[in-house]
Each structure stands twice: as structure tokens, then as C-alpha cells.
Design a protein around this ligand. Structure first.
Ligand code: GLN
Length: 547
């Protein structure tokens, strides 16, 4: 049976709880244990699928097709363990399950209450697959004291109580603010946060304290005394130059040792940190810089494209260069010539997106990359725009466009080279959708196989002819334009196994121009950069050498 680590946060949000959890997962793996990480989010949305990327950052998609919190991306990038639908849950999902059961009559007429019905639902969720791993790390979103968080805190209290003694520990992240006037790190907010936790029956075993200064011995002792933890269990979390330093930094501060001590695991297995030493070496000892322009819509909030930013970093690590990416608002190219904006870049990436706004600009960015022979990676919407570009500018389909934009506008203006998919095959079942379906959870989601054409660029990049990648979209490139587009040099080099859905297109007479209907960025890791990103950055590096 797994040992459970519950990770909570206090004082303020955005302290890097997700990163600390992910780094701890990596460190436990380095000690030879198997781990799984889970996120419990108190918000009322059923899942983040319908939340704006401006509000919530990227939606991370799992192989089994769940739309989850972006923290699951960190978990995967640090542990390499593929997240599942059962690794992310929100209050909305919990309540909706409880209410569904109530309607079905499962509770046999009982009055439904937060305790025990909601808390039981949460506890059942936490326990899913508990026999599969050595450690289950569960992060509770938000901060202690939030009203929405209460059922989750109560559930983990009960959960630990239900388990044999020593099976569960609690780790709490707080902030030690530095007051320049007095030259001191202040421990009071941490004390208050722990007091708040204890008032709801949770006593932390380990405190992880974020601060931009080292924690002096005196403050460490004070925190230990007032918060009732051992001094060695007060772990400093200093600011880092790169998130990929986190496993080694937390190891230096003694986090994994403290966790093993809390479970009374002695002697502790020795860690093998070679993987993270190599990652750190590649991050900090880059031998050049490549500049990538990301032409998208959600450019104000970097978290909106979190996995793309990380995958580019990994691609840089594979080539021992630092990738400097700049986010450019696609709408600018609807008013202005893209050339002056894009000329200094070694590669162009057009990411996924929804809705018509900015798409004409993305089409112009694709045209610029194609005609100037600059490496281009189009992801999902970025592939669709590249197809529309070739259709309009080379195949003579002047009104080529996507049905998505006509649906949005409520009128027909385009010839739909990208159309709304209403039926497709997933594994061995057929999935059907209507245009007027709900927005939540109705896209083509999760892992699908694609077959690659022998001799194509992508087959060379992947080094195989069958791949599996994650999807999240409603619209597809229409196979009926294949011949016309291939005649213009846009080859359909990756197809769904039934041959109906174009998964990859590439421009044959071009050093590197690839569009993919899926999201390769979701599967990239610092210790295993995704082949498409590694090769895209390699191509960019070549361009950087020429200029
Ligand atoms: N909006 C497009 C679709 O639904 C692309 C989605 C995406 O880029 N993730 O097909």
C-alpha cells in the first residue's frame, strides 16, 4: 500500500507548491521508489477544460483524455509518469459525482452532507490505485483558510486517521517575507498559517519555506519551536534560476531525507541524481542562443502555453543551446507586414488556440516561414493555419478557411478545408459529436495513434513509423483536399490509422516546415526532450549559424 504525502500551502498562493511536489516526486524516484502525483483543486469548475487560458493557464491533457490542471504537466515533466484522468479532481467534479449518486438513489434517502458524503467522495478519489505505487503525493490547490478548500482539508485529515499510523504525512509550504528595513526574515505569517492548519486538525510534519534569503539558524529554531516541527524539517526553498534546479536544490536542503525520516524509513536508500545533474548541466552550460518567435493569441500570460515554453527549453537542452522565445500577438500581422517583426528569429512556432481572432495573422506568419524557408512548427490550430495558407496562396482556393470561424460568426464565408468533425474512431469505438454539444469535454481528446509516411521528414525525426500523441480539438483538416495540396508540396505525412484524419503535414521543399494536429509539447521532458522539439531547435540552431 502506498505511503501518502499531502501537500498544502499557506500565507499566499503561487509559492510553487506544484513544483515542490514534482521535485519531491523526482527525488523519491531517485531513491528507487515508484510515485504518482495528484492534484485536488477546490474551484467549482468541473474541470479546467472550459476555463480561459488567461485565467487559469494551459489545460493539460492526459493520454486518457482528461483536461486537467497545468500542475499535472509539472508532475509529468519531473517524474516521467504519465498522468491519468484520476490524477486531477476539482470540487465541481466531486459535487457533481455526489449529486449524480443522489439522483440515482445511491444514498438510499439519506440527507446528503459535506461530511460524510463529500469528504467520502474525496477520500475515495485519493485512494484510487493506492496499491500501484510506493508513494502517492497529493497536492491540495489554494491556500489554507480558503472556504472552498475546507472539505478537502477535512478529507485528508480523516484519510490519515483511517490509515495505519505512519502511513500519511503532511507537508506545508509557506512564505518567509524579508523586511528590508529591519533586515529580517519574518516567521509570523508561517506561524499563523500553521495555526490555521492545526485549528482544522492538521499538524504539518514538514515545512517548506519560500524565501529569497537563506534562513538563519535563529529563525529556523523559532519556526520549529512555534510550529511544532523538528528543526531539520524546516526546509528552505530559495528562489531558483531554473525550475529544473529544483530537485537538486531541494535535495541539498534535505527535503527527501526529511520525508523518509517522517515515514521512519531507515536506512534510507541512497539517491541516484545523475539524471538531474545532467539536466542542470545542460541548462546552465548552453553553448549558444537560438531565437524562436511564438505567434499566438494568449500572449499576456506565459502559463497559457506553459508546456510549449518548457518543451522549447528541452529542445534547447538536447542541442546544448538556450532557446530565447518571444511571444508575438498574431493580431499585429493583420495590420502590419510580419517581416520586420519576424526577420531576426531563427524559427517560428504557431501554437494551438480557439476562435477566429488572430488567425489571419497566424496565416501570414506561416506564409512568411514557408516563403523565407525559416523553420516552422505549427501545433493544432498552427497546423490548420498552415494548411489554409497553402490552400489560399498555392492551390488557388482563395476562400479557404475553417468552419470554426464560420460557426463563430454564424454565417458561411469560407471554403472549409478545416471542418467540424462529427464522428471518429477512438481505439475500437466510434465517437459522435454535434456542433451544438456542450463545450466541456466534447473535443477529440487524449492519445491517438498516427502512422507516418516512409521517407517523410517526420518519420526521420521520430525514428519510427507509428506514434501516439495527445489531442485537444474539434476541427480537422479535410482529407478531400489532400491531392490538391500535395501537388503544391504540402505532404500529408502523418495520418490516423483509418486514413481519414490528417495528423501531420509538411512542406517538402523546405528545410523544416511541419504542422501537427496534436500537442507534442505535452509529452516532452527535460531528460527526454520530445523529438519534434529537439529537431525543430536543431534546425533553428542551423539557421542561427548562417546569420
Ligand atoms: N480551435 C481548433 C480546433 O478546435 C484548434 C484547437 C487547438 O489548437 N487546440 O480544432
Amino acid at each position: 500500500m502506498a505511503r501518502f504525502v499531502f501537500i498544502t500551502g499557506g500565507v499566499v498562493s503561487s509559492l510553487g507548491k506544484g513544483l515542490a511536489s514534482a521535485a519531491l516526486g523526482a527525488l523519491l524516484q531517485a531513491r528507487g521508489y515508484s510515485v504518482r502525483l495528484r492534484k485536488l483543486d477546490p474551484y467549482l469548475n468541473v474541470d479546467p477544460g472550459t476555463m480561459s487560458p488567461f485565467e487559469h493557464g494551459e489545460v493539460f491533457v492526459t493520454d486518457d483524455g482528461a483536461e486537467t490542471d497545468l500542475d499535472l504537466g509539472h508532475y509529468e515533466r519531473f517524474t516521467g509518469v504519465a498522468a491519468r484522468a484520476t490524477d486531477s479532481v476539482s470540487s465541481g467534479r466531486i459535487y457533481s459525482n455526489v449529486l449524480e449518486k443522489e439522483r440515482r438513489g445511491d444514498y438510499l434517502g439519506k440527507t446528503i452532507q459535506v461530511i460524510p458524503h463529500v469528504t467520502n467522495e474525496i477520500k475515495d478519489f485519493i485512494a484510487i490505485g493506492e496499491d500501484e505505487v510506493d508513494f502517492m503525493l497529493c497536492e491540495i490547490g489554494g491556500t489554507v483558510g480558503d472556504i472552498e478548500g475546507l472539505p478537502f482539508f477535512e478529507a485528508i485529515r480523516q484519510f490519515a486517521q483511517d490509515k495505519p499510523r505512519g502511513q500519511c504525512i503532511f507537508m506545508h509550504l509557506t512564505l518567509l517575507p524579508y523586511i528590508a528595513a529591519s533586515g529580517e526574515l519574518k516567521t509570523k505569517p508561517t506561524q499563523h498559517s500553521v495555526k490555521e492548519l492545526r485549528s482544522i486538525g492538521l499538524a504539518p510534519d514538514i515545512l517548506v519555506c519560500r524565501s529569497d534569503q537563506p534562513i538563519p539558524e535563529k529563525e529556523r529554531e523559532k519556526i520549529a519551536l512555534f510550529c511544532n516541527v523538528r528543526k531539520e524539517d524546516v526546509i528552505a526553498a530559495p528562489d531558483l534560476r531554473s525550475i529544473y534546479e529544483a530537485p537538486l536544490a531541494y535535495h541539498r536542503e534535505g527535503l527527501d531525507q526529511a520525508v523518509l525520516d517522517a515515514f521512519r524509513i531507515a536506512p534510507a536508500p541512497k539517491p541516484n541524481l545523475a539524471r538531474w545533474q545532467d539536466v542542470q548541466d545542460r541548462i546552465f552550460n548552453a553553448e549558444g542562443v537560438v531565437k524562436v518567435a511564438i505567434v499566438g493569441k494568449y500572449t499576456q500570460l506565459e502559463d497559457a502555453y506553459k508546456s510549449i515554453a518548457e518543451a522549447l527549453t528541452h529542445g534547447g537542452m538536447a542541442n546544448r543551446v538556450r532557446v530565447e522565445s518571444e511571444w508575438i500577438d498574431a493580431e499585429i500581422f493583420e495590420r502590419e507586414d510580419p517581416a520586420p517583426y519576424l526577420e531576426g528569429f531563427h524559427a517560428i512556432l504557431v501554437p494551438g488556440g480557439f476562435g477566429e481572432r488572430g488567425t489571419e495573422g497566424k496565416i501570414r506568419a506561416a506564409e512568411f516561414a514557408r516563403t523565407r524557408k525559416i523553420p516552422y512548427l505549427g501545433i493544432c490550430l498552427g497546423m490548420q493555419m498552415a494548411v489554409i495558407e497553402t490552400a489560399r496562396n498555392l492551390a488557388g482556393l482563395e476562400t479557404a478557411g475553417s468552419e470554426e470561424f464560420d460557426h463563430e460568426a454564424g454565417k458561411k464565408r469560407f471554403e472549409p478545408v478545416v471542418y467540424h468533425l462529427k464522428e471518429w474512431v477512438q481505439g475500437n469505438r466510434t465517437v459522435a459529436r454535434k456542433v451544438e454539444d456542450d463545450k466541456g469535454g466534447t473535443m477529440r481528446l487524449g492519445a491517438y495513434t498516427a502512422n507516418l509516411a516512409q521517407g517523410s521528414k517526420v518519420a526521420e525525426v521520430y525514428g519510427t513509423l507509428a506514434i501516439e500523441e495527445r489531442h485537444r480539438h474539434r476541427y480537422e483538416v479535410d482529407i478531400k483536399y489532400r491531392k490538391q495540396l500535395e501537388k503544391q508540396g504540402l505532404s500529408f505525412s502523418g495520418m490516423s490509422p483509418d486514413g481519414r484524419l490528417p495528423e501531420i503535414v509538411e512542406v517538402t521543399d523546405h528545410p523544416w516546415f511541419i504542422g501537427v494536429q496534436f500537442h507534442p509539447e505535452l509529452k516532452s521532458k527535460p531528460f527526454a526532450p520530445h523529438p519534434l522539439f529537439a529537431d525543430f531547435v536543431r534546425a533553428a540552431k542551423e539557421v542561427s549559424r548562417l546569420v
